[in-house]
Design a protein around this ligand. Structure first.
Ligand code: ZN
Length: 304
């Protein structure tokens, strides 16, 4: 099944765009972004949008729609047009209602209007069937794991592998399952010619934490020995961190666009720029006064 939303033509964007005075302003921002040349090495990374049907929905003192709207505007203002945006799950507020996905689709329309393909992963607050029904399909992704949402997004310098760790809606831990792990191993082996970047919603369950990915060890056993796998991205914990394990694999925890569980953590998104031997990651915090805003990690790939 698809998890990718294709760019929209200008005419289709205007048809999708919301009516009213903000629409004109937004249309100008979108047109400006669309006029920039695409940078094939630039990617916008988002996670944990937690969008509810109701645009006024507040969670932990934060208006969820306002946060995603601000992130979308910041992505549009990026002087280079990214090759795409990846959103790492927990797209919906709590139980993945149809209306949540309808609102999410509207809020993401400016990015599609600017010509950015979007790749969406699912988290524990999503509902797979309602997501598929609610966002529709523009592009089919062939997969041997038909009941899950997996995709390979290819680019010149790296391939993104986007997995599906949604087990049961609104049940916290994540599960990939043996079929998806087997698919991943085979897919990684079939794409060993370029660096592989693996994205999963759930963070690794380590140190007695049982709320992350149930098969953390099994996943790492697939990733670590395949030396072309360079980085593992995840969300779920609503934290921003960039670490490295003993095998040299980079572990990138994407911040939530919505709210942090720990109030000292930033919310926002991450600019990712691929280079020949690594990746530059820059945190864009919604609060420009947050100490982590603008923080850059230039990570180098482990040896092959
Ligand atoms: Zn979340």
């Amino acid at each position: 099944m698809p998890l990718q939303l294709a760019p929209l033509s200008r005419r289709n964007f205007l048809r999708h765009a919301i009516a009213g005075s903000t629409a004109l302003l937004l249309a100008r921002q979108v047109a400006r972004a669309a006029s920039r040349p695409v940078d094939p090495d630039a990617w916008a990374l988002l996670s944990d949008t937690h969008i509810a049907a109701d645009r006024k929905k507040i969670a932990r003192e934060i208006n969820l729609t306002d946060h995603l709207t601000a992130v979308v505007a910041d992505v549009l203002a990026w002087p280079t047009r990214p090759a795409g945006a990846l959103i790492d799950g927990d797209l919906a507020f709590g139980t993945g209602e149809a209306g949540d996905y309808a609102t999410l689709g509207e809020l993401l329309t400016p990015l599609r209007g600017a010509g950015m393909p979007l790749t969406l992963a699912l988290g524990n607050h999503d509902h797979r069937e309602r997501f598929w029904a609610g966002l529709g399909t523009d592009r089919r992704t062939v997969t041997a794991v038909a009941d899950k949402q997996v995709a390979i997004v290819s680019s010149a310098r790296a391939n993104w592998f986007v997995l599906d760790s949604l087990d049961r809606t609104n049940v916290t831990p994540g599960v990939l399952g043996t079929a998806q792990l087997a698919w991943l191993a085979a897919a990684l082996d079939a794409h060993a010619n370029k660096p592989a970047l693996v994205m999963v919603h759930h963070n690794p369950s380590t140190g007695g934490n049982k709320n992350g990915l149930t098969e953390t060890e099994a996943l790492l056993e697939v990733l670590r020995p395949r030396r072309h796998v360079k980085a593992h991205f995840f969300g779920h914990s609503h934290r921003w961190s960039v670490e490295r394990d003993s095998s040299g694999l980079h572990l990138v925890n994407l911040p939530a666009t919505s709210y942090p569980f720990d109030k000292t953590q930033p919310t926002g998104w991450v600019k990712a720029n691929l280079a020949a031997g690594g990746l530059r990651l820059e945190l864009r915090a919604l609060d420009s006064k947050h100490p982590a805003h603008g923080q850059v990690h230039s990570i180098e790939w482990r040896s092959a």
